[in-house]
Design a protein around this ligand. Structure first.
Ligand SMILES: NC(=O)c1ccc[n+]([C@@H]2O[C@H](COP(=O)([O-])OP(=O)(O)OC[C@H]3O[C@@H](n4cnc5c(N)ncnc54)[C@H](O)[C@@H]3O)[C@@H](O)[C@H]2O)c1
Length: 466
């Protein structure tokens, strides 16, 4: 599913034409390739006084091969220059011409006057960013603030990061990570994901991170080694890509789809060295079949990805009851039944990760999709309801909410709505299935044990529902 307009505006003649008549100018997004460092360019770090995550940040940044610069406005952040293994440089002494990543720890901002720290750090460097750069602001979850003034100031970070994402353009992404005090290594997987090319189509998001410990010898190159994953709806589209990326990261992936899709499903499973099950996810026997299969074949399940989903669009007055029932059952109720069975039988191991595929429609609502939007908003409700309950078993549950993704489904849309869907976001283009898959892979990592209860939009910062 190609977007010829992106190719055209990135050609010499297309670029000048688009510029002269004021058409959108999407850049070709940099996506993950094997061997690329997670920062892939010069990175500048700064912090407001009282920053809470500098030690953990130093540890993550030290694992990058990129040059790290420090804007030494306060004595605490200056301490990064002395951290063993980080080899950071003082930005006021050596200034790179172009910057790939900006990281600012704003967790110490305790009142609205101190929000000026954001301006002080970002204003001088905003125009030094290369295309497809990464910006990360780290804050304290407002609900965990010490005073009302602290809460107000931390909540204000959301508006700042969302606006910055919209104005930087050129494929640059901006995220806000609210990390609890003492999150420690809990921030590592999120910092690496949002600074890397894996998050090419994720921008303007607010991510909540809790505490987590990393295994002493954690392998970032193969984080899912030894893990078993189930991906529903894996015969094609986004599910196929999820299966590929999870396998690339070391997991054994069991691909599931309906019996008529067996040929395609088998091809996917064979290509990635995985296995497959044909089943209708809505069938009454399917939850028990999965309990039996993972109990006998794999001694349990580490990663469960609820991806299978359908649309049956009609305005509500014209919608047949079977279209309502089918969409709700496949997209929502079957997921609840599967979760219940796998949790009750303890097939999902302690430390497991459940990842659901919601949709922008579940956030913003879409005309002609009352059934679909209802099901996908229900998926968000499932994440909200289950995250606190599953914490006791050290199981995480998160969702991705894709926007316009280039698949067979979106290729079949009429030209007008398709073009609107593609361009109405900060990247002025659609995402690829791999963008959804990379985001799911971050949630599925053992290093993301502190990341739960999140709904992250993979939508290029769509203007819908923003
Ligand atoms: N493509 C997009 O732009 C987009 C946007 C937002 C959300 N999504 C969501 O992403 C997920 C994947 O979408 P896609 O575009 O790859 O769709 P797709 O239609 O290409 O793939 C869906 C897969 O699910 C399988 N499936 C359907 N019903 C099933 C059932 N009862 N049991 C088992 N498998 C079943 C299908 O056979 C198919 O292989 C869906 O949940 C969809 O709602 C997609």
């Amino acid at each position: 599913m190609s977007d010829r307009y992106v190719d055209f505006v990135n050609s010499g003649v297309g670029q000048s034409l688009a510029r002269s008549v004021g058409l959108p100018q999407p850049v070709k997004l940099r996506r993950y390739e094997h061997g690329i460092d997670f920062i892939d360019g010069d990175c500048l770090v700064g912090a407001a006084p009282g920053a809470e995550h500098l030690d953990a940040l130093a540890k993550v940044l030290a694992s990058s091969r990129s040059s790290i610069y420090v804007k030494c406005d306060n004595p605490e952040v200056k301490g990064l220059l002395q951290v063993d293994g980080l080899a950071a440089r003082d930005y006021d002494v050596v200034m790179p011409d172009k910057i790939r990543a900006l990281v600012f720890d704003a967790s110490g901002i305790t009142n609205s006057t101190q929000l000026r720290e954001l301006y002080n750090f970002f204003h001088p460097v905003a125009r030094k960013l290369q295309s497809c750069s990464r910006v990360l602001v780290i804050g304290r979850p407002p609900e965990n603030a010490d005073t009302p003034e602290h809460r107000i100031a931390q909540r204000a970070l959301e508006g700042f990061t969302r606006a910055l994402g919209k104005e930087l353009g050129k494929g640059t992404t901006v995220q806000l990570c609210y990390a609890v005090k003492g999150a420690g290594d809990g921030i590592a997987s999120t910092v690496r994901f949002v600074l890397s090319s894996r998050s090419a189509y994720v921008s303007g998001q607010v991510i909540r991170v809790g505490k987590a410990k990393l295994a002493a010898k954690f392998d970032w190159d193969e984080p899912l080694a030894g893990k078993v994953a189930l991906v529903t709806g894996a015969a094609r589209g986004i599910g196929e890509s999820i299966a590929e990326v999870l396998a690339r990261e070391g997991a054994h992936v069991v691909c599931l789809d309906i019996p008529p899709a067996e040929d395609d499903l088998k091809k996917v499973a064979d290509r990635i060295g995985g296995s497959y099950i044909t089943a209708d996810i809505t069938h009454a026997d399917t939850p028990q079949t999965l309990v039996d299969y993972f109990g006998s074949e794999h001694k349990g399940l580490d990663i469960l990805v609820h991806n299978a989903g359908v649309t049956r669009d009609k305005t509500l007055g014209k919608m047949k009851p079977e279209f309502w029932d089918m969409v709700l059952d496949i997209n929502l109720s079957s997921e609840e039944r599967v979760n219940k069975a796998l949790l009750e039988a303890e097939t999902l191991k302690s430390g497991a990760h459940i990842i659901c595929v919601s949709s922008m429609a579940g956030i913003a609502g879409t005309r002609g999709q009352t059934n679909y939007a209802c099901s996908k908003a229900g998926v968000i409700g499932m994440v909200d309801a289950m995250a606190p309950i599953l914490k006791k078993q050290k199981i995480t549950i998160n969702a991705v909410a894709p926007g316009f993704i280039e698949t067979a489904m979106t290729a079949a849309m009429p030209f007008g709505p398709r073009e609107v869907g593609r361009r109405l976001n900060s990247m002025s283009q659609g995402g690829l299935p791999v963008d959804v898959a990379e985001t799911i892979c971050w949630f599925a990592s053992p290093a993301s044990a502190g990341v739960t209860g999140n709904v992250v939009r993979v939508c290029g910062q769509s203007l819908l529902g923003a």
